[in-house]
Design a protein around this ligand. Structure first.
Ligand code: F6P
Length: 409
C-alpha cells in the first residue's frame, strides 16, 4: 500500500484548498492508493479522525468547486506538538496511527507554526528510523514565511484588501463633512498584508493617506496629532493600520483598549481592536465622524476575488510537495522563487523545515518610509504581480457555490 495523508493547519486562506487539491491530484496521478485527509489537522489525527479524500473529491466538478471554496476544507487547528523529550508517548501514538494507516508520506499545509509540526515529526521520525516522509506545503495570508518569495494565500488576501480599500475610499468621499476611516488589517507582526492597501492608489483612486506597519514603532500621540494635520486639508481620511502595531514599550496598540485577550497554543494573542481604539482617540480629540473597519476574517476567506496566480501557485506547491516526497525527500518545505518580474514567474524549490519553522519574515525596513507613515514603491512592485488575474466563482442562485466536508455540528 502506498497511502499518503494531508492536513491543513493554522488560519485559513482563500486558496488553501487549491493546495489540498494539488496534493490529492498529484498523489493520485503518481499512484498513491489512499489519500487520507486529517480532520482538524494533527489534533484530529491524534483522535484518528481521518477521511478518504476520494470519497469527497469524485469528479472534475468537485475539484473545480474545491479550489474555489475558501477556508480549510478539512478543518484546521492551532495545536502545538509538545517537545519530544518527555512526551514520547504523543509521538509514539502519532506514528502508531500513521503506521496503521500505512502512510508513507505526510503533508501539512500551513504557516510557520504549522511547520513546527513538520519539524518535530521529522526529528522524531529520524530518531526511530521511520521511512515516513514529512513535507510542508506553505500557506498563510500573513506572508511571513522565511525563504519563500511569498506564500500562497497572500496574493488573494492582498487583492481583496486592495479592492476593498478602493471601495472604502470612494465611500469616504461621499459626504461634505470630514470622516476618518481606519482600516485594520491582519498579519500579526509582519506588515505585508497591510502594505497591500497601497495598491488602491491609481488613476481612478486617491489612495490611503497613511499606512502603518508593525515593523515600525507606533506612537499613538503622534498618530492623533497627524490626524489633526490631515483634517485641516482633507474631507475624507483613510488610514491603513496593521493589527500588530506596537507602542515603544512593546505593547500591541490593541492591548491599550479594554477588550479581553485570547491567547492560542502558540502563545499568540488575539489581535483585534486596533482600529476601534485609534478611531476612538481621533473622535475624542477632534469630534469628527470616524469609522473603525476591521477586515478580520473577510480578508482571508474572500474566494469570490481569488487571484488566479495565487490559485495556480497554491496548487503547484501542493503538487511539488508530493513530487518531492515521492522522490524521497523529507523534512522539507516547498518554497517559491521569483525568477522573473516581467513577465512575472515563480518556480518551486525546497528548503529545510528547520530554517522555516517558527521564523517570522518581516517587511524590510528599506521598503517603508523613514517616518513610518507609508510604504515605498518597491513594496508595491513586489506585491502587484501576486494579485493578478481572476477565477470566476461557480455562481448558483446568485451566490458562489462552495463544498464542505460536514454540515455544522
Ligand atoms: O493565520 C494568520 C492570521 O490570519 C493572522 O493574521 C491573525 O492574527 C490570525 O491568523 C488570527 O487567527 P485566528 O483565526 O486564530 O483568530
Amino acid at each position: 500500500m502506498k497511502n499518503v495523508i494531508v492536513g491543513q493547519s493554522g488560519g485559513p486562506t482563500a486558496v488553501i484548498n487549491s493546495s489540498l487539491l494539488g496534493v490529492f491530484k498529484t498523489a493520485k496521478d503518481r499512484g498513491a492508493d489512499i489519500v487520507y485527509g486529517m480532520v482538524h489537522g494533527i489534533k484530529g489525527l491524534l483522535d484518528k479522525d481521518v477521511v478518504d479524500l476520494s470519497s469527497r473529491i469524485k469528479n472534475d466538478l468537485d475539484m473545480d468547486l474545491l479550489k474555489r471554496t475558501p477556508s480549510s476544507f478539512l478543518g484546521s487547528c492551532r495545536y502545538k506538538l509538545p517537545d519530544i523529550k518527555g512526551h514520547e508517548d504523543v509521538y509514539e501514538k502519532i506514528f502508531k496511527i500513521l503506521n496503521e494507516l500505512e502512510i508513507f508520506a505526510f503533508f501539512y499545509i500551513g504557516g510557520n507554526d504549522s511547520m513546527d509540526t513538520i519539524m518535530r515529526l521529522t526529528d522524531y521520525g529520524k530518531k526511530i528510523n521511520s521511512p515516513i516522509r514529512f513535507v510542508g506545503v506553505p500557506k498563510t495570508i500573513d506572508n511571513d514565511l522565511a525563504i519563500t518569495d511569498h506564500t500562497p494565500g497572500y496574493g488573494s488576501a492582498a487583492k481583496y484588501i486592495a479592492a476593498t480599500t478602493k471601495e472604502i475610499i470612494r465611500d469616504g468621499l461621499v459626504y461634505d463633512y470630514p470622516v476618518v476611516s481606519v482600516i485594520e488589517v491582519m498579519g500579526r507582526n509582519a506588515g505585508w498584508l497591510t502594505a497591500a492597501c497601497a495598491l488602491a492608489k491609481g488613476e481612478d483612486c486617491e489612495g490611503v493617506d497613511d499606512i502603518y506597519l508593525p515593523e515600525k514603532v507606533f506612537d499613538v500621540d503622534k498618530f492623533v496629532a497627524r490626524m489633526g494635520e490631515l483634517l485641516k486639508e482633507n474631507r475624507s481620511i483613510v488610514i491603513a493600520v496593521s493589527e500588530g502595531v506596537k507602542s515603544a514599550d512593546g505593547r500591541y496598540v490593541c492591548e491599550l483598549s479594554d477588550h479581553v485577550d485570547y491567547v492560542d497554543a502558540f502563545g499568540h494573542k488575539q489581535l483585534a481592536g486596533t482600529a476601534r481604539f485609534l478611531a476612538g482617540k481621533v473622535a475624542e480629540k477632534y469630534g469628527v465622524k470616524t469609522r473603525a473597519i476591521e477586515l478580520s476574517s473577510l480578508q482571508r476567506c474572500a474566494a469570490h476575488i481569488q487571484a488566479r496566480i495565487d490559485v495556480t501557485e497554491a496548487f503547484n506547491c501542493g503538487g511539488a510537495g508530493v513530487k518531492a516526497a515521492f522522490e524521497g525527500k523529507t523534512g522539507i518545505v516547498i518554497t517559491l522563487k521569483r525568477v522573473s518580474d516581467d513577465p512575472y514567474m515563480c518556480i518551486t524549490e525546497v528548503a529545510d523545515v528547520h530554517d522555516i519553522a517558527n521564523v517570522e519574515k518581516k517587511v524590510p525596513l528599506e521598503w517603508i518610509t523613514e517616518d513610518g507613515t507609508n510604504v515605498k514603491p518597491e513594496l508595491v512592485h513586489y506585491i502587484l504581480p501576486l494579485i493578478q488575474a481572476e477565477i470566476t466563482p461557480l455562481w448558483v442562485n446568485g451566490l458562489p457555490r462552495h463544498v464542505r466536508l460536514h454540515a455544522k455540528k
